[in-house]
Write a protein that binds this ligand. Structure first.
Ligand code: GDP
Ligand code: MG
Length: 171
């Protein structure tokens, strides 16, 4: 018989780092170059199958990154089982913003929340501003999963959500 469990996942990160694009890649296996920016938050679901017989369904809250929506974020992360904090590896300031989201989650969200740090836009190699070793070392120290992703090419997107699924508590 199959085991099934669902978990709440929240995406956080500065505006335009690719949160909605990552969710779109994961849930629909698509990338649209000209997506509208998210207003408030968007809700999607997608499941991951873990061998041999487990299905993990994610209920995903894709938040807007703009400062004016910042006060809404606690509504989305409060009961979250997991979070993907996204930055754009062509922007060092977006890594700074990601670090402050991680701090906020570690202070305010559930004690056992699983957090992944996504260094997105990995396809833009020539514009990279954030060093892989530096970001991975920060993630290790902060106890985060770390993936360099591209919503555009799909690089490491499924792998990241699967790694999160594997860390969810299931009986
Ligand atoms: P959000 O505000 O964090 O939800 O960001 P969006 O998903 O709306 O993406 C912002 C912009 O970055 C859009 O123009 C996307 O097409 C682009 N983008 C998102 N992910 C990637 C990626 O992995 N590679 C590249 N080259 N562009 C991306
Ligand atoms: Mg968005």
């Amino acid at each position: 018989s199959e085991r099934f469990a669902q978990f709440k996942l929240v995406l956080l990160g500065e505006s335009a780092v690719g949160k909605s694009s990552l969710v779109n890649r994961f849930a629909k296996d698509r990338f649209d170059e000209f997506r509208q920016s998210t207003i408030g938050a968007a809700f999607l679901t997608q499941s991951v199958r873990l061998e041999p017989d487990t299905v993990i369904k994610f209920e995903i809250w894709d938040t807007a990154g703009q400062e004016r929506y910042k006060s809404l974020a606690p509504m989305y992360y409060r009961n979250a089982n997991c979070a993907v904090v996204v930055f754009d590896l062509t922007s060092s300031t977006s890594l700074g913003r990601a670090k402050s989201w991680v701090k906020e989650l570690q202070l305010q969200a559930s004690d056992n929340i699983v957090i992944a740090l996504a260094a997105n836009k990995a396809d833009l190699t020539s514009k990279r501003q954030v060093d892989r070793e530096e970001a991975a070392e920060y993630a290790r120290e902060a106890g985060l999963l770390y993936f360099e992703t591209s919503a555009k090419t799909g690089e490491s997107v499924k792998e990241m959500f699967k790694a999160i699924a594997e860390r969810m508590p299931i009986e």
